[in-house]
Design a binder for this molecule. Structure first.
Ligand code: PGA
Ligand code: ZN
Length: 433
């Protein structure tokens, strides 16, 4: 019987120039698994707890040495000698040791690092790619592999960039292609076309947290939609056929004292007004395929109203609303609040719970979109293996900067590896409307 021999952790740097945590797991057959953990800049209030040191003398309080210590002093003693091949048991032991609802004792960053590193070590021991190992250890019954389509953040504002829009993300989702590789190319070409479109409108091409353009001086929160339409067309593609537009306003970030505040539009709206605002966009821009976090993370009364208005034509995506938490997803499904969910491993903090959330969504026909993070990303590509394991519809990441393109490089590598044993969702993907 192979068992876990050693678990170590260290503080590394993330894309946000603040620390993150990397965990290394060694099995007694010599197999090694390494994982690192990202975190968000506009994290939802219901997410699992990211343990920062809080010591202002180091990295302004953002160090992760406490999480590192928790791996060494608490998690390693618990798991060394245990079976690495039962992922659910490994994750459950850590959840039980933590004992809090949001993993605040050990830190979800410490727990997730170990969770993914154990899975990688076990996959390596069995000489399996991580995506197929996830299916095996968590006993997923999913027929075949259908690879996800790219969703690339092309213009960003909000908490991800100064002087840009109030809203956080404007994306190009590329499909209408025979393969992931072709869809990635379409997305990247549209992103590069956007650069020259921005220049032609005399806007700057500086980038924000995720490598998306963050032009100062935009006239409204709507203007990026026109710029994206222009970019897709300039790249030689047809909006709505080759590529769609997705938005993530991350609207909880602009919610204050009961109103949604949009200084760029000189508007302050209530929930009904916010719904009208976004429904008007969906009507005016038929290329919009998905709208994420368009209402506050606890605005449960209005989410169902929004989905009722546009859910037949547009993916209404929960992110801060659902935080990859099966309990919050169940509530969102019961109340018909969403028809799609954003999935981030670190929002919940273990591989097992993340997959459970994806499978619950799948069971109810709720579309899954696996996502990167905007606060501090790392070069870890587990989100891609996860997306492939659960047949997610989209991966939201990139399109520029090393820690983002690494994800697409992994997805294209998997496409090569699976050759004829997989298909691509973007081949048949039709807009819902
Ligand atoms: P975050 O933003 O990772 O900075 O929280 C990404 C998102 O809201 O989707
Ligand atoms: Zn979001």
């Amino acid at each position: 019987m192979v068992s876990i021999q050693k678990i170590t952790a260290r503080e590394i740097l993330s894309s946000g120039s603040t620390p993150s945590i990397e965990v290394k797991v060694v099995l007694d057959d010599g197999s090694i698994g390494i994982a690192s953990v990202p975190f968000g800049a506009s994290a939802g209030i219901h997410e699992a707890f990211v343990l920062f040191d809080g010591d202002k003398k180091r990295y302004g309080g953002k160090g992760m040495l406490k999480a590192v210590t928790h791996v060494h002093k608490m998690i390693a003693p618990l798991l060394v000698g245990k079976d690495p091949f039962d992922q659910k048991a490994v994750d459950t032991m850590m959840i039980t040791l933590d004992g809090t609802p949001n993993k605040e004792r050990l830190g979800a960053n410490a727990i997730l690092g170990v969770s993914v590193a154990v899975a990688r070590a076990a996959a390596s021991s069995l000489r399996m790619p991580l995506y197929s190992y996830i299916r095996k250890t968590l006993k997923l019954r999913i027929p075949g592999y259908v690879l996800p389509a790219p969703m690339m953040v092309c213009i960003e504002g909000g908490k991800h960039a100064d002087q840009s829009t109030d809203l956080q993300e404007y994306m190009i989702a590329s499909f209408g292609a025979p393969s992931v590789k072709e869809a990635v190319r379409k997305g990247i070409e549209s992103y590069l076309a956007l650069k020259s479109v921005l220049k032609s409108h005399a806007y700057g091409v500086n980038v924000g947290n995720e490598g998306a353009f963050a032009p100062a001086g935009l006239k409204s929160n709507e203007e990026p939609l026109q710029l994206l339409m222009e970019a897709i067309t300039k790249a030689g593609y047809v909006p709505g056929k080759d590529a769609g537009i997705s938005i993530d306003p991350a609207i909880s970030e602009v919610f204050q004292e009961g109103r949604y505040r949009l200084p760029k539009d000189k508007k302050q709206l209530d929930s009904a007004g916010m719904i009208d605002y976004f429904v008007a966009w969906a009507k005016k821009y038929p290329a919009i395929i998905s709208m994420e976090d368009c209402l506050h993370q606890d605005d449960w009364d209005f989410w169902p109203k929004f989905t009722k208005r546009i859910g037949d034509r547009v993916l209404v995506v929960g992110d801060d609303l659902t935080v990859t938490n099966p309990k919050r997803l169940q509530k969102a499904l019961d109340t018909k609040s969403i028809n799609a969910i954003l999935i981030k491993l670190n929002q919940i903090g273990t591989l097992t719970e993340t997959v459970e959330c994806c499978m619950l969504a799948r069971k109810h026909g709720c579309v899954t979109i696996i996502s990167h993070r905007g606060g501090g990303e790392t070069n870890d590509t587990a989100m891609i293996d996860l997306a492939v394991a659960v047949n997610a519809s989209f991966v939201k990441v990139g399109p520029s900067r090393g820690e983002r393109v690494e994800k697409y490089n992994r997805l294209m590598e998997i496409e090569d590896e699976l050759e004829k044993k997989c298909s691509f969702i973007g081949k048949e993907f039709r807009l819902v409307h």
